[in-house]
Design a protein around this ligand. Structure first.
Ligand SMILES: Cc1cc2nc3c(=O)[nH]c(=O)nc-3n(C[C@H](O)[C@H](O)[C@H](O)COP(=O)(O)O)c2cc1C
Length: 190
């Protein structure tokens, strides 16, 4: 039997009732059986400070180790002021150091963005992809996912989306993503 691929899922929101978190619940429900999603919490990561590289805080160390273990990444992001939330950017920075030892290097990734407004987090989606290029993270090109008009009403009490059209689209995305990461296994470039 082929081993399940281990997917580290990252969101930028720190709030309890986050729509990002509910979307992760939905994507987990829609994921094919070949992959296993785990939401990696980033709230305990203090702001990255290069002075601390010689003696990094324990949450940085365990975060870097967890990302290194993952076969692939899945980013689910809201948009904050036409970019990604600062907490998510900080997680990218923490994982990228010490220099030459980035935890992100060579991982394949999917990007899902959303917004309660109409543009579906388009700016955040592409700001994130810009940083991922620098981090040598390969991102699935298609289908692009910009979910507009998302609100609490789209989810049931367990956090699963109740909109059949959205679920059909997200299910197709997850199937394509799972097939793509199986072809693009985690590669560490020397
Ligand atoms: C500081 C801040 C800035 C935001 N800026 C944008 C924005 O630029 N574009 C947008 O579509 N939504 C924006 N929003 C709305 C968020 O997309 C919305 O609150 C979303 O639900 C946050 O994700 P969460 O539910 O996972 O916490 C902003 C929200 C906050 C708190």
């Amino acid at each position: 039997m082929t081993a399940l691929l281990d997917i580290a899922v990252l969101i930028g929101s720190l709030r309890t009732n986050s729509l990002s978190r509910k979307l992760v619940t939905t994507l987990t429900a829609l994921a094919p059986p070949s992959i296993k999603l785990e939401l990696i919490e980033i709230a305990a990561l203090s702001f990255y400070n290069e002075d601390e590289d010689s003696s990094p805080p324990a949450p940085w160390v365990s975060f870097r180790q967890r990302i290194k273990r993952a076969d692939a990444l899945l980013f689910v992001t809201a948009e904050y002021n036409r970019s990604i939330p600062a907490a998510l950017k900080n997680a990218l920075d923490v994982g990228s150091r010490p220099y030459g030892q980035s935890a992100w290097n060579g991982k394949p990734a999917g990007v899902v963005s959303f917004s309660p407004g109409t543009i579906g987090g388009f700016a955040a989606n592409h700001h994130l992809r810009q940083s991922l290029v620098a981090l040598n993270v390969l991102t699935l090109p298609q289908p692009e996912v910009y979910l507009g008009g998302l609100s609490d009403n789209a989810f049931d009490e367990k956090g699963v989306c109740v909109n059949a059209g959205t679920n059909a689209f997200l299910g197709k995305f997850m199937t394509t993503y799972a097939a793509w990461i199986a072809r693009e296994p985690s590669k560490t470039v020397a």
